[in-house]
Design a protein around this ligand. Sequence first.
Ligand SMILES: N[C@@H](CCC(=O)N[C@@H](CS)C(=O)NCC(=O)O)C(=O)O
Length: 275
Amino acid sequence: MAAPSSRFTLYMSGTSYFAQKVLMALFAKNEPFAERLVDQNVNDNYESWYMKLNPLGKVPVLEDRGKFIPESDDIIDYLDKELPQGPRLVPDPSSDLGREVAHCRKLLNVNVIVIIFGLAYNPHLSPDYTAAKTRKELDDIIDGKIAKLERYATENPDLRDAYLAKIPPLQQRKELCSNPEVVQRALDDLQTTLDEVEAKLMKGSQGETWLLSCDLTAADISLAVLLRRLSLCGLTSLYFSPTKRTALHKYWQRLQTLPAYSKLSDIANKYGVKA
Ligand SMILES: N[C@@H](CCC(=O)N[C@@H](CS)C(=O)NCC(=O)O)C(=O)O
């Protein structure tokens, strides 16, 4: 996949949820790209070279001939404009389909951080999830990140504000994700979100293969990556099964046969991660 002469380079980590959205768009467009690993496990995203190209210090970032684009949804919009081949991921926003796609992208922009990290702290809230780390280990990881950010803020005065801005969300993450009530609320809210998705899938069952049309759209990318993460967190049976939200269950099965989706597993395998 990593063609040295590719127009695009994706700065990504093997486990990143948001990078997966962009990867799926690139796969759907069948566009070759170079991968540049920014390993969050060792905080590569805090390195000054990376903070200079994305002061938010987050992955993914797409590079197009010296131009750096952060934010997964913005990257997908950009790719869709730049690449005519493959499905139209972001249809004209003034069309009915375009409006629906925009609505579903927003709807599916759920707080996955609270779910992913929340289950790491509270594995008992998932029917099928085994905690890999203790609460102390999780807290220590966050404290280590905060200490690193403080050090880098001192060492890089030009990036000081950018580094310091990353600390409060980490402190908040520790507080929110360790609170079972907050995590349970996020899981419950997702039931309502997926009820709406189910209703849309039922409505479209007259011939639409994907969420809103027979072609894949950016809304499918949002849904696919979300479902993938729910599965990884052992949550599938909480949300869909052959007897619960059956249209979503069928959608999930169909997704497994979609190359743009299954290639996400190739990436995860390549980096030796579960993602
Ligand atoms: N809104 C951003 C979110 C990106 C994001 O949160 N990426 C995570 C990885 S999935 C990250 O880089 N976290 C590291 C950090 O916040 O320090 C997007 O859609 O791209």
